[in-house]
Design a protein around this ligand. Structure first.
Ligand SMILES: [Zn+2]
Length: 86
């Protein structure tokens, strides 16, 4: 796997199901106490996030036939294959 940053913060946040700080589809900051609704496919990890849920940066997203990879320059890479295990 390519690694441009050593951070795995974003991966950890998504694998553990931590509450996002920024909406992964719109990049908008989520205010305290607000619950966000993700589409079922996004929740299942089928839909690639467009924005880093930790910092709201637009991520570099690569769609593959079998999934996706999203990269935040600060928080690292998330690969959809990591989110399949449940
Ligand atoms: Zn980030």
């Amino acid at each position: 796997m390519r690694k441009k940053t050593t951070s795995d913060e974003l991966l950890l946040a998504m694998v553990t199901g931590a509450d996002p700080v920024y909406h992964p589809n719109t990049g908008q900051r989520i205010s305290d106490g607000e619950t966000i609704t993700l589409s079922p496919s996004a929740r299942a990890g089928l839909e690639a996030p467009r924005f880093c849920q930790l910092c709201g940066r637009r991520m570099v997203v690569q769609i593959r036939p079998d999934g996706w990879e999203a990269y935040c320059s600060r928080h690292g890479t998330v690969d959809s294959s990591y989110l399949d295990r449940r």
